[in-house]
Design a protein around this ligand. Structure first.
Ligand SMILES: C[S@@+](CC[C@H](N)C(=O)[O-])C[C@H]1O[C@@H](n2cnc3c(N)ncnc32)[C@H](O)[C@@H]1O
Length: 271
């Protein structure tokens, strides 16, 4: 491989083409335009060895986002570490649904429960600068990543370490959003792909995956202003059960929205 060009390195990496490009960009510290414009150029030995080391990690199954330490979400770059869930494209629907309920001007208190990397809270705070955004997580190491991401983007967010609503007694919000853990503990997907490397506490919620959602639906009402909304992301097959939980708890206007893949992904209602 000594003297191999950018094009040859990409073609011989032995991993998905998109992953090879992302890892070569990271190894060289360049962007896609540079790779395209310099495809015949040969990286230095040091750069090539760095790239090949990253490729070996990918071949061992490690998610690209943990290898590069970064993932894009809502057109913003977020730092990610193995302490946080890797932001997913489908979660952009939670942000879109939230932004529809937060006025462009004027005060609005928004709570994001279980913020992980902070991607949802940061996107909301940047798009609705007049909103007061609070973000929580039970995991202190995740909150450190979220704080860092908020600082990187200049987003004004209050972070609170809390086991669901435990540290929020007496507070009231106009909107509560959450992408909680919602995978069933015996779901075979947990043994596949990126999920093997992500924090189990960010993924798993009891035997049917609805343990966290049940708790949030039961407790969120006490933290919502009259007329306030709760929005939850959930699994592709959990929408009907989420709607039933919200309706049984007395929420009104309960509806689900579909993600780009066509699956019902976000369900919410008003108190
Ligand atoms: C599915 S991840 C969502 C992360 C991020 N909001 C996103 O959408 O990418 C779920 C998050 O729930 C957090 N979590 C798990 N149990 C919790 C609890 N009891 N209280 C608060 N957060 C919790 C995890 O630490 C994890 O960051």
């Amino acid at each position: 491989m000594a003297g191999a060009s950018i094009d040859e390195l990409l073609r011989s990496a032995g991993i998905a083409a998109i992953d090879a490009r992302v890892l070569l960009r990271a190894a060289l510290g360049v962007d896609d335009a540079y790779l395209a414009a310099h495809s015949a150029q040969s990286p230095t030995d040091r750069q090539r060895n760095h790239f090949l080391a990253l490729v070996r990690r990918r071949q061992a199954g490690e998610p690209v986002a943990y290898i590069t330490g970064e993932r894009e979400f809502y057109s913003l770059a977020f730092r990610v570490t193995p302490a946080v869930l890797i932001p997913r494209p489908e979660t952009e629907l939670l942000v879109e649904s939230a932004l529809e309920r937060v006025p462009a001007q004027g005060p609005c208190r928004v709570l994001e429960l279980a913020t992980g990397s902070g991607c949802v809270a940061v996107a909301i705070a940047l798009h609705r600068p007049s909103a007061q955004v609070t973000a929580t997580d039970v995991a202190g190491d995740a909150l450190a990543v979220a704080r860092d991401n908020a600082a990187r983007h200049g987003a004004h967010i209050e972070f609170v370490e809390s086991d669901w609503f435990a540290a929020l007694a007496g507070r009231r919000y106009h909107l509560i959003v959450c992408n909680p853990p919602y995978v069933a503990e015996r779901d075979p997907h947990l043994q596949k792909g990126d999920l093997r490397f992500e924090p189990r506490a960010a993924l798993v919620a009891g035997a049917d995956g609805l343990g966290c959602i049940r708790l949030i639906v039961a407790q969120a009402g006490a933290c919502l202003e009259s007329g306030g909304s709760l929005l939850l992301e959930h699994g592709y097959d959990q929408a009907a059960r989420c709607r039933a939980l919200l309706e049984q708890a007395g929420y009104r206007d309960v509806t689900s929205r579909r993600d780009l893949a066509g699956g019902e992904r976000v369900t919410g209602g008003r108190v």
